[in-house]
Every structure is written in C-alpha cells, then in structure tokens.
Ligand binder design. Structure first.
Ligand code: PLP
Length: 381
C-alpha cells in the first residue's frame, strides 16, 4: 500500500494518478518544454525552470516508481548505467566498495575501472558462498555494499535483509540492483536496503523501446541530495518523451511480469532434466541454490529470467541461439517478447560467466510456442 492507500497494481495502472488536474486528460500529457517561464515577480512558476533540473513528466514517472518501491524519492536517468555511475560518483575517494563477482557485467567493469584509477578499493565476493559478503565487508571501512538480486545471469538470490544488516553494522549503505524483480516481486527498501536501482529499460518499461534507469531511496539523505545534484550537473535526467513511454509501459507492469513469471516457471520445469542440458538456472526451481531465499524474498513470482547451461560448450550454446525461430536472439531483458543470448560472446573471454550459458528473457507469448521453439533448437544439437 502506498501513502495514499493504493495497492501497487493501481499505482502502476494509473502511473500514480490517472487524470491530469488541469485538463482532465486520462493519459498524462508530455511536457516537452526545455524551459519554464517566471511570473510577474520573477519567481519560477514550477519548482524547476529548466528541463535538466526536472519537469512535470519526469516527476510524475518518478513519483509512481517511488510509490511502487515504497521509497521517499526516485530519480530517473537517461540509462541504467547513467544512474549507476552517478551513484558511484558519491563514493568518497579511496573508500571501500563490496559487490558480487558475477553480476551485470557493465556495473562490474565500471567498478573495476574505478579501482584501476585508484578511486575506490574493491572487494568482489562469491554470492553463493555462505559468509562471503560478511567477510568482504570491513567494519568502519566500507562505504557501499552493492548487490544485485536475482543476479544476472546465474539468477542467484542474495538475502537483502541479511546484506542490509551486514552493511549497516559496518557503517556502509546497501544499494540493490533489483532490475530482475521488476519492482513487482521484491521491495528491497522494505527489507532494509538504502537505495534500490532498476534498469528501467527492462521490466518497468517492458516494450524494448526505451533506455532508462532509476534510483529510489528510503530516506532523503545528504548522499541522495548529492546524487540529485550530480544528475543535474552531469545532465543525465530521462527526457520527457522517454518518461511518457516508460509510464505507458508501467501501466501493464503487473500483468506482464506475472505472465512472464508463469511462463518462465513452466519452461524451467519442462526443461529441467532435458538430455541436452547440463542445468536450468531459475530461482523458482527447488534445485536452484537460491530457491529458499527466493521463496521468502520473491513474493509475487520468480520472474521471467533464466539461463540454460547447454551440454557441450561455447559453440553448442551459441548454436541454440541461432536455431531459435520465435525467441529472438538479442540482448536485453524484461520485454513482452522472449529473447535469448549467449552471454560469453557478449561479455568477452575475461567474463566469469560459463561458456555454455544461454540467458533467456521469457516474455508473455503463449508458453507452448516458447517450449516448442526451445525444444526444436535443442534437438538440432
Ligand atoms: C541487471 C542490470 N543492471 C544494469 C543494467 C544497465 O542498464 P541500462 O542498459 O539501462 O544502462 C542492465 C542492462 O542490461 C542490467 O541487466
């Protein structure tokens, strides 16, 4: 329930408020103006007077996402990576950062770049090893614990409440990349996280036609005000047209996410013991190492993301992707159409991702068509 007493499905369907107060429009207007006039006393009519600082279309989208994540404020950025790199700008010079060793490779590469430049000290932990996060955090010395859950592309699940306790005991903040939860199945801020991040390019938009990122905070701290200031100075807010498209996508968020979750669970169970597969990685399967935490933490489905470990190796996994006829061989995730990707080809030889891993973003198509497509692709190996 939001502060206004609305359930998340209602917040998303209305993009917070269905009717524009000035015009009665049921679809929110797009404020494309880059500048806003001052009144007769030379006071800005809006709380901001230039689009890089903010605008009504941006604020409406931000308020809806903040309400969905039970946060006090949200900031939308021109991409997920713009949001992540802006947050990392607020880590004091030389401070210690802790993050998982397998995670979205763009974030890992950026953390490693900051480490190589001497800007931060970095400890990467193995998320599936009990106690690894606690061992990596240094009491009084760690500034930021960054986790991702479920983790791209192994879909390991990290216990957010436990990570928050560890971070806070050490005097650090916990930020969670919750992109794969779609803001539907887990609310990290309620579990103790300080900041939640989404690549809004994914489930929040859901139609593979917007690039966007969002940070949501539990409390409006000095650090949060710094992030907002940096977004303005760097010039990274999401543009009004994209905000509109994002809100249009969010109106069907819960329907899309739940259908993708249901499809993914059916596919994971169907292929779990397939003779051409070494393993199916999906947090909804009892065989997944993160299943017990997922049952507690993912309260509205296990999401649409899974990976297949194909018997054979690099070339066999790649061949599965090229043989698919319905599922599109493309990067990204969280859209209505299913996508498959050979991650090692994309991430490069230095990546810790297994050579035989095919990542699948399950969409909302009829599940029988997806099963038939995957079956014929595997049959050709
Ligand atoms: C888990 C995760 N985090 C962050 C990002 C980066 O987001 P963007 O591509 O919107 O910059 C992605 C993109 O694939 C992602 O999957």
């Amino acid at each position: 329930m939001s502060e206004q007493g609305l359930r998340p499905e209602t917040i998303a369907a209305h993009a917070l408020r269905a009717v524009d107060e000035t015009t009665g429009a049921v679809v929110p207007p797009i404020h494309t103006s880059s500048t806003y006039a001052r009144d007769g006393n030379y006071i800005p009519k809006l709380r901001e007077n230039y689009v890089r600082n903010g605008n009504p279309t941006l604020w409406q989208a931000e308020e809806a996402i903040a309400a969905l994540e039970c946060g006090s404020s949200a900031l939308l950025f021109a991409s997920g990576m713009a949001a992540i790199t802006t947050l990392l700008e607020t880590v004091p010079a030389g401070a210690h950062v802790v993050a998982p060793d397998v995670m979205y490779y763009g974030t890992r590469d950026w953390l490693k770049r900051l480490e190589a430049l001497g800007r931060i000290r970095l400890s990467l932990f193995e998320p599936s090893r009990p106690g690894a996060l606690e061992a990596a955090v240094r009491a009084g010395g760690t500034d930021l614990v960054w986790i991702e859950t479920p983790l791209n592309p192994t879909w390991d699940v990290i216990d957010i409440a436990a990570a928050a306790r560890t971070a806070h005991e050490a005097g650090a903040i916990l930020a969670v990349d919750a992109t794969a939860t779609g803001a539907v199945t887990t609310q990290p801020l309620k579990l103790g996280a300080d900041i939640v991040f989404h690549s809004a390019t994914k489930y929040l938009n859901g139609h593979s036609d917007v690039l966007a990122g969002v940070l949501v905070t539990r409390e409006q701290t000095g650090r949060w005000r710094d992030i907002a200031m940096l977004r303005t100075k760097i010039g990274a807010p999401l543009a009004p047209l994209e905000c509109f498209l994002l809100m249009r996508g969010m109106r069907t968020l819960f329907l899309r996410y739940r259908q993708a979750s249901a499809n993914a669970l059916t596919i994971a169970r169907h292929f779990e013991h397939h003779p051409k597969l070494e393993r199916v990685l999906y947090p909804g399967l009892a065989s997944h190492p993160g299943h017990a935490i997922a049952v507690r933490q993912m309260t509205d489905g296990f999401g649409g993301m899974m990976s297949f470990l194909v018997k054979g190796g690099f070339e066999d996994a790649k061949r599965v992707c090229t043989r698919l006829k319905v599922i599109v061989p493309a990067t990204s995730l969280g859209g209505v159409e299913s996508l498959a990707e050979h991650r090692k080809t994309v991430e490069g030889p230095a990546s810790p991702v297994p050579d035989n891993l095919v990542r699948i973003s399950v969409g909302i198509e009829h599940v029988d068509d997806l099963i038939a497509d995957l079956a014929q692709a595997l049959a050709g190996l």
